[in-house]
Design a protein around this ligand. Structure first.
Ligand SMILES: NC(=O)c1ccc[n+]([C@@H]2O[C@H](COP(=O)([O-])OP(=O)(O)OC[C@H]3O[C@@H](n4cnc5c(N)ncnc54)[C@H](OP(=O)(O)O)[C@@H]3O)[C@@H](O)[C@H]2O)c1
Length: 320
């Protein structure tokens, strides 16, 4: 099978397509024929060494496909079944071993590429909009990178809850997409804090969802109302350096969290209930999953360059 391997950490040039033997599923594992693999920012962190990766390794974590074979002890899945997953190391490949506990059945109303496109970013948007902050009708939220993969989904989920959304983007074309996803107002990053105050009568927004990190973090804090919540959930511009917690006091008893998806899908029940809700909204036409780019496996370097070069919108998929 063909797979995208990393032998040393570095830029997109370390991504190499190789031929590897098809693995045998061990106890609790399922072998899946991959139809589409999700490209996520976390893959770039692992490729470059920001997050640890035991090398050599096949990159990727998310995808959708058909069950090919079941390992010993696996129940509840059958060969040919449509499935998706958010965390199976080695997903940039024609076949991958997925722990059965990570596999989610894909219902008839959802296409496999859509399932691959929504799992990781959609589950992230889901926990951010439902649990990280108790969003209700009238909540004011600032969403950075509003035309990105998570950004477009998060904006839609916030609007489903009746929130007001101020989004940031870098180009007019991206602004149009953020607006189409429901953002009430869209500005360039430099205007975010001032606009947040204008829109809320000087008070500040209730919650900031910041995935950009290093470049936006300080400004994001000043966009919040007293006792508002900063959800720093990524570092597309780089990681935020160590932070003096006294600043939370000075800025108005702010809350700061650095959430991660694993903490919000700790049990199989939690994984399935969030996924069921996402798939239900997709099938009902209430959630639009935008695939902004598809790449054949040999073009994987271009996919990473485009994502990190801010040239993409929505979700990127690798098609093995
Ligand atoms: N904690 C979690 O649970 C979790 C889960 C999933 C993803 N994430 C994080 O969420 C973020 C978004 O992931 P994604 O896959 O949906 O990516 P994405 O938002 O589609 O892509 C990143 C976007 O960030 C914006 N950006 C602003 N400054 C940038 C810079 N200096 N370099 C690169 N991009 C910059 C760009 O949009 P503009 O051109 O409009 O500025 C770019 O398109 C990532 O940081 C990722 O690590 C976190």
């Amino acid at each position: 099978m063909r797979a995208v391997q990393v032998e040393r950490t570095g830029g997109p040039e370390v991504l190499t397509v190789v031929d590897l033997p098809t693995p045998d599923p061990g106890p609790g594992q399922v072998l899946v024929d991959v139809v589409a693999a999700g490209v996520n920012y976390i893959d770039t962190y692992r490729r470059s060494g920001v997050y640890p990766l035991a090398l050599p390794a096949v990159l990727g974590s998310e995808g959708a496909g058909h069950v090919a074979a079941l390992g010993p002890g696996v129940e509840g899945f059958a060969p040919g079944q449509a499935v998706a997953w958010k965390e199976a190391p080695g997903s940039y490949a024609e076949q991958v071993l997925v722990p059965a506990g990570e596999l989610v059945p894909v219902p008839d109303g959802v296409e496999l590429p859509t399932a691959a496109a929504v799992l990781l970013q959609g589950l992230t948007a889901h926990y951010l909009a439902t649990d990280t902050y108790p969003v209700t009708a009238g909540t004011w939220a600032l969403v950075h990178a509003g035309a990105g993969g998570v950004g477009l989904l998060l904006t839609q989920l916030l609007k489903l809850k009746g929130a007001h959304v101020l989004a940031t983007v870098s180009t007019p074309a991206k602004a149009e997409l953020a607006r189409a996803a429901g953002a009430d107002d869209v500005v360039d990053y430099a205007q975010a804090s001032a606009r947040a105050r204008e829109l809320t009568g000087g008070r500040g927004v209730d919650v900031v969802y910041d995935s950009v990190g290093k470049d936006t973090f300080e400004d994001s804090l000043t966009a919040l109302r007293p006792r508002g919540l900063m959800a720093l959930f990524g570092g597309s511009s780089g990681q935020v350096p160590p932070f003096d917690v006294q600043r939370l006091n000075a800025l108005g008893s702010l809350f700061l969290t650095r959430p991660t998806l694993a903490s919000y899908t700790q049990t199989r029940e939690e994984l399935l209930s969030r996924t069921d809700e996402l798939f239900g909204w997709i099938a009902a036409g209430r959630l639009d999953v935008r695939v902004g780019g598809t790449y054949p496996l040999p073009d994987v370097r271009r996919a990473h360059e485009d994502l990190q070069g801010r040239r993409t919108t929505g979700k990127l998929l690798l098609l093995p």
